[in-house]
Design a protein around this ligand. Structure first.
Ligand SMILES: N[C@@H](CCC(=O)N[C@@H](CS)C(=O)NCC(=O)O)C(=O)O
Length: 394
């Protein structure tokens, strides 16, 4: 039951991928919140300090508890506000919603960052916005702060995330193919799983609304190539559970159009996750991987994504045997089963005490963790998580 006096505080930014995902979810569920715009300083002094991670969004609950990471956060909110669940009843469909959420969160990230920072017009606009909004409390002229932002984002998320002349077209294709698949589904149903928003919608919303839908270059592509996706971004932002009468469709199973997502997971996303997990196991900070004939070089090893993979497999293991057999059959049909289950993965140690989404207040050596986060250590893992084998357990 929603208590209207519950007021959550969402620390994030109007142009942030994951802040957009969470806001759309809270708006749909009609869970009252206010957005607190972050500055570079509050990101470090408030968010990192209270959650142990320098990631947005972070949520402060009405009783002062801190939450981090939108994936476990949505589970946390669903447990407290079960009406109009974003999970269908069919456990088979729930599993695929979880797969799609993860794929959308993590596999759309590289193209979203590429389109924002590799194109001059987009990069100028967004670096200026960040300089004016997030860095407004920092001294110095806006143009200088914008230049600093642009340099940092290019280094971290473009050149530092494997985007080169060789991989560029492959990265762009990820966006284009996703638009085509979503366009097919959203031309026939208002949301990805029929008449109500599911977890899969919120997963894709982050990139589609707060990046591809507003950055000039990908937004133009979206309007021209996938108008149903463009319309869906507005529809989902405006969706309120109390006003919606639609149902999940099909009542059991998943829409045929989702096959294209599953094929892409088998051909591209799971091979990437396996290579990342292998690099983690071997304690390498960077790794190369060939995906669909294209070689990505020196990708940063992400502790967080090992954790995501671990969790997806845990969800699979928790399915009732009949459902698990059906899921396995579907993944096999789309050549996604082997890459999903075959390789052994070393424990991620990202959330060893199963605390998430509860944040961990920094104590003791907070200053060191903070410094390491500022050096970019928080981007692909825990600020103090290091690389497998070389780090102290957390
Ligand atoms: N898995 C996290 C990801 C959060 C995340 O990466 N947020 C981005 C902004 S959209 C961020 O905080 N990036 C930090 C940075 O670029 O320094 C979630 O679902 O909340």
């Amino acid at each position: 039951m929603i208590n209207k006096s519950d007021n959550y505080r969402v620390y994030g930014l109007d142009l942030s991928y994951f802040t957009g995902k969470l806001e759309a979810y809270l708006r749909y569920k009609e869970i009252p919140y206010e957005r607190v715009e972050l500055t570079a300083r509050s990101f470090r002094d408030i968010v990192l300090e209270n959650t142990g991670l320098q990631k947005m969004p972070a949520v402060e609950t009405p009783d002062g508890t801190w939450l981090t990471d939108t994936t476990p956060m949505i589970d946390w909110f669903e447990a407290r506000y079960p009406d109009s669940s974003v999970f269908p009843e069919d456990p088979y469909a729930v599993f695929f919603c979880r797969l799609l959420e993860d794929y959308a969160d993590e596999w759309m990230w590289r193209p979203a960052l590429h389109f924002r920072w590799s194109f001059k017009k987009d990069a100028q606009l967004m670096s200026r916005r960040i300089a004016e909004e997030m860095l407004h409390d920092m001294p110095g002229p806006v143009w200088m702060k914008a230049r600093m932002i642009l340099r940092r984002q290019l280094k971290e998320y473009v050149t530092g995330d494997g985007i080169t002349p060789e991989t560029r077209s492959h990265v762009e294709q990820i966006y284009l193919k996703t638009l085509d698949t979503m366009q097919r589904q959203l031309s026939v149903t208002p949301f990805l799983l029929g008449g109500r928003p599911s977890l899969a919608d919120f997963g894709f919303f982050g990139s589609m609304f707060r990046h591809f839908g507003i950055d000039p270059t990908p937004a133009r592509i979206m309007r021209d190539r996938a108008p149903a996706v463009y319309a869906w971004t507005g529809r989902l932002w405006n969706a309120r559970a109390s006003r919606l009468e639609g149902a999940f469709e099909p009542a059991e199973g998943i829409p045929p159009a989702w096959a294209a997502f599953l094929k892409d997971m088998g051909a591209a996303y799971f091979p990437y996750l396996n290579a990342n997990a292998a690099a983690w196991r071997e304690g390498r900070k960077r790794f190369d991987v060939e995906i669909e004939g294209v070689t990505y070089r020196r990708l940063p090893t992400s502790q967080y994504r090992v954790w995501c993979f671990e969790r997806l497999r845990q969800h699979f293991s928790a399915l009732p045997p009949e459902t698990a057999a059906k899921v396995r059959q579907t993944l096999t049909t789309h050549r996604a089963w082997e890459p999903f289950h075959a390789a052994e993965i070393a424990p991620s140690r990202f959330d060893p005490d199963n605390r998430l989404p509860l944040g961990t207040e920094l104590s003791g050596d907070a200053a060191a963790a903070r410094k390491s986060a500022q050096r970019g250590g928080s981007l692909w893992g825990r600020p103090d998580g290091g690389v497998a084998g070389k780090s102290k357990p957390i």
